[in-house]
Design a protein around this ligand. Structure first.
Ligand code: H76
Length: 471
């Protein structure tokens, strides 16, 4: 009597759990959500990750106006001037007649970015305004139809690649120059127009991928409208198309939505695209947001408060000095992310003095200390008040921004991790002593700039423990 009942109970139980087991315990069954559950880890992805620091370049028609329209200066982001000043599209695009960047020299840009220590450059191929830096066959609004007439994107790709820098393409899906664009799809007419817009976007991306096959990444923007969110399947289709056309190419999470309208992360909470791109002008909290260390991500930042394109008046907001730019780069790397630092050359193709000085300063710092940045990631050490840790295997870098009053830097190691040595980047030994279990004091160094102390650690059996604690 007992036996068959038990069997029935077992079968019933199994039947109950079967759907969960077979669907990997996901809440929703999604066709257009995340395409993998783990970090992507092929060679191209590792290359993207190991570069750690890149430049962002915003360059378009807005770079000529520099935040000023008909004598009035608008304090908002310069690349959004068309919206602030309510300029009709035809009037905005008529500026193409004056697009002639006589001071532009792609090789000079490439040398500057290389010398600044950047390993890649993200270029705006087309921002929201719709003006294309390449001679696209899909629209009249391109460099080809300006007094300049040259393929400026092509010149940049070649020059950066010649300097050994990877090129990433920024691309705005939202396009103010195309009357078929819709923010919402409220009626048949909207849907028909938006279908045309989708074909137009695909054609532009196909051009970019085939004309410039050395491109390493597509960074999408302008994907927040209901029209795009409601087309999750299409965003996956775009990602797949680019990956077919450009082997190894990486794509940011901002492109993606799933069929339920979730963006960046699908409805099951899984990251879409290859890396998270939501940290724009902000960074994860070093204590509360440690889960970011489990995935790939890239932050981007402006030097003034919020100016990506060239604005002629930088006195309108706080401008970060180079050391603060560096602090944000280090913050990102210390949590396993990349940082793209923005530059906004003017309409003549020249960088402002502040940006040249920033590039020089960063380059000088990176030449001496880049070892603590490139190829480094999250160290698994408790956040220190003197600065940040980064790590490459058993080498842990202390990057000291805040010199303590006492001449000691407190280092708390993860349980079981021992410090075996401490030195400066040039190899000069630095004094340290164990002060308690899993705690050390490391001597400070006299320096007017942020400096690096290299620790050799012995993780012993503790390797991986801090990571486990996060999952
Ligand atoms: C909002 C917005 C856009 N995203 C930044 C990366 C800039 O391009 C800005 O205009």
């Amino acid at each position: 009597m007992k036996h068959p009942l038990r069997l029935t109970a077992c079968l019933l139980l199994a039947a109950c759990f079967l759907p969960f087991v077979s669907h990997g315990e996901e809440k929703y069954e999604l066709k257009y959500g995340a395409q993998r559950t783990e970090k992507r880890d092929d060679e191209a992805m590792r290359r993207f990750r190991d570069h750690r620091v890149g430049a962002f370049i915003h360059w378009g028609l807005y770079s000529m106006a520099g935040g000023e329209w008909k004598g009035k200066i608008y304090p908002g982001a310069a690349e959004w001037l068309k919206a602030w000043a309510k300029v009709p599209s035809d009037e905005w695009l008529a500026q193409m007649d004056r697009w002639n960047p006589t001071g532009f020299d792609a090789r000079e840009w490439a040398r500057m970015m290389k010398a600044a220590g950047f390993r890649y450059v993200k270029i705006t191929t087309k921002h929201h305004e719709g003006f294309c830096l390449w001679p696209s066959a899909t629209t009249p609004y391109t460099v080809a139809n300006t007094p300049c007439g040259r393929d400026l994107l092509g010149e940049l790709v070649k020059a950066f690649n010649d300097e050994g820098l990877d090129v990433h393409f920024y691309f705005s899906v939202m396009d103010w120059s195309n009357p078929d664009y819709r923010t919402q799809l409220n009626c048949r007419e909207d849907s028909t127009a938006f279908e045309r817009f989708k074909r137009f976007t695909e054609a532009q991306l196909r051009e970019l991928a085939t004309r410039y096959p050395s491109v390493k990444d597509f960074w999408f923007d302008g994907t927040w409208d209901a029209s795009v969110k409601g087309n999750g399947a299409w965003t996956l289709q775009l990602e797949n198309m680019l990956k077919d056309l450009v082997p190894g190419v990486t794509v940011n999470s901002r492109l993606r939505a799933d069929e339920r309208g979730s963006r960046h992360f699908d409805s099951n909470g899984r990251l879409m695209g290859d890396y998270e791109s939501g940290y724009e002008r902000r960074l994860p909290d070093p204590v509360r947001d440690l889960q970011v260390t489990l995935r790939d991500w890239e932050a981007c930042m402006t030097v003034p408060e919020n100016q990506w394109g060239y604005h002629k008046d930088w006195s309108l907001s706080y401008v970060k000095p180079p050391v603060e730019v560096l602090r944000r780069v280090v913050h990102a790397v210390s949590m396993g992310g990349n940082m793209a630092v923005n530059f906004g050359p003017d309409g003549t193709g020249r960088f402002r003095q502040e940006e040249k000085e920033l590039a020089d300063w960063l380059g000088n710092w990176m030449r001496h200390n880049g070892e603590a940045i490139y190829g480094c990631g999250y160290a698994g050490f408790e956040k220190a008040d003197w600065g940040y840790y980064t790590r490459k295997g058993d080498t842990v870098y202390m990057i000291v921004f805040n010199q303590p009053f006492g001449a000691r830097l407190r280092v708390k190691t993860p349980a079981g991790t021992a410090v075996r040595g401490a030195s400066l980047i040039d190899g000069t030994p630095v004094g340290f002593m164990e002060t308690a279990r899993d705690e050390y004091n490391v001597n400070t160094v006299e320096s007017s700039e942020p400096y690096v102390i290299r620790l050799t650690v012995d993780a012993g059996s503790a390797e991986g423990k801090y990571r486990d604690a996060l999952t």
